[in-house]
Ligand binder design. Structure first.
Ligand code: ADP
Ligand code: MG
Length: 388
């Protein structure tokens, strides 16, 4: 059974500082850290001005940085051999490609927001699995942002956190070209230990939701089916949602009700909108159920959410459906796919004493069906981005 440990932040940072010095022959000044996330409910609702309930993982991305005096930036990652080098002006849309777009794009976006961004050397070490629906992209962006803001002498107060979130969203959408909403960056910066984060994308209000997890484990299973959010499926879903809102004459699907949605003419667009409206309606009930420790309610709401993503939004796959079904058969309270979909991870709420059995049952099923071996991790609600 493969279980992915988050590692100790101080140890990871020390190792990264040593690797930075070997690579750039000078010490790092700051190490930024930002977590991956798992979303408990509210999928594809952020860009429809709906509700989401993610939590920050203990698994995070770390970046070591040191300022340069020539205004140039150099980026390298321990997870990818490709490097990027350029001026800050070159770090914007149409500039860096591949992974560097997410990282260097943040420098450009911070500059656009009026932050004095120096030239820098950057080395990344990510402990969030890449492309697994656990938001390694926002972890990368936000770790760069907090490190750069520290170099610029900014305290990480509420206003600076908001600025960081917005800059990271711009890097992902405008430089990397992934048309995602703002959930990932928001929780990577604002996540709190012991709590999930309720975000309302109509008002931009956020509220920590303390989780009653006594005797329960949030088990995440990475199916190893890698998604690619820049490749069209995500954008097509977004376009369907916009078409639905336009036909209904509302600014976003947050303002749509289910009765009106059921009258949408095109069957596919109608199903997409049905997912968004029903999914947003499930978010507050899940938050309440997880606060009270109401297992039956979680079971029912997770099942309805998974079915909606599989049948109406069509973003699941055989591996995700299998991980969810087997988790429940093996004793999970409830399970659903999580994240943008087209592969990635499932999340299950599992009684502590059933965790081993659930992992084993999923591994066995995957082996029987010829799927790649999955990786599991335990989602302990953890802190948002900071420096160390
Ligand atoms: P997710 O955010 O669910 O992990 P995405 O497709 O949004 O999936 O983002 C994954 C991409 O982010 C990777 O393909 C890579 O370009 C970039 N990335 C994330 N972490 C790292 C890292 N540590 N090193 C290099 N690239 C990274
Ligand atoms: Mg991502």
């Amino acid at each position: 059974m493969s279980q992915l440990a988050p590692g100790r932040p101080d140890q990871i940072a020390a190792d990264l500082r040593a690797a930075f010095e070997r690579r750039y022959a000078a010490p790092a000044t700051v190490v930024g850290r930002a977590p991956g996330r798992v979303n408990l409910i509210g999928e594809h609702t952020d860009y429809n001005r709906g509700l989401v309930l993610p939590l920050a993982l203990p698994h995070a991305t770390y970046v070591a940085v040191a300022p340069r005096t020539d205004g140039r930036a150099r980026f390298a990652s321990l997870q990818d051999d490709a490097t990027w080098e350029g001026t800050l002006a070159e770090a914007g849309p149409g500039g860096p490609t591949g992974w560097a777009a997410y990282a260097a794009g943040v420098l450009w976006a911070l500059g656009e927001a009026g932050v004095e961004v120096p030239g820098v050397d950057v080395l990344v070490d990510g402990r969030v699995p890449l492309g697994a629906g656990l938001s390694s992209s926002a972890a990368l962006e936000c770790s760069v942002a907090v490190a750069m803001l520290a170099l610029a002498g900014r305290d990480l107060d509420d206003a600076t956190r908001r600025l960081a979130i917005d800059a990271c969203i711009r890097a992902e959408t405008e430089v990397a070209g992934a048309p995602t909403g703002g959930m990932d960056q928001t929780v990577a910066v604002l996540g709190e230990p012991g709590a999930a984060l309720l975000v309302d994308f109509d008002t931009d209000e956020t509220r920590p939701v303390p989780l009653a997890l006594d005797g329960l484990t949030l088990l995440v299973t990475d199916t190893r089916v890698s998604h690619e959010l820049t490749d069209g499926g995500y954008a097509a879903r977004r376009a369907d949602c916009e078409a639905a809102a336009a036909e209904l004459g509302v600014p976003s699907l947050r303002q749509a009700d289910l009765a009106a949605v059921e009258r949408i003419s095109d069957e596919r667009v109608r199903a997409r909108a049905r997912h968004v409206v029903t999914e947003t309606d499930r978010v507050l009930p899940v938050a309440e159920a997880l606060t009270r420790g109401d297992r039956d309610a979680v079971a029912e709401l997770f099942a309805a959410s998974h079915a909606s993503m599989r049948d109406d939004f069509e973003i699941s796959c055989d591996e995700l459906d299998a991980a969810v079904a087997v988790a429940v058969e093996a004793g999970a309270v409830g399970a659903r796919m999580t994240g943008g979909g087209f592969g990635g991870s499932s999340v299950a709420l599992v009684p502590d004493e059933r965790v081993e059995a659930v992992m084993r049952a999923i591994d066995t099923e995957f082996a029987l069906r010829g799927f790649a071996a999955p990786a599991h991790l335990v989602a302990v609600p953890s802190a948002g981005a900071g420096t160390l």
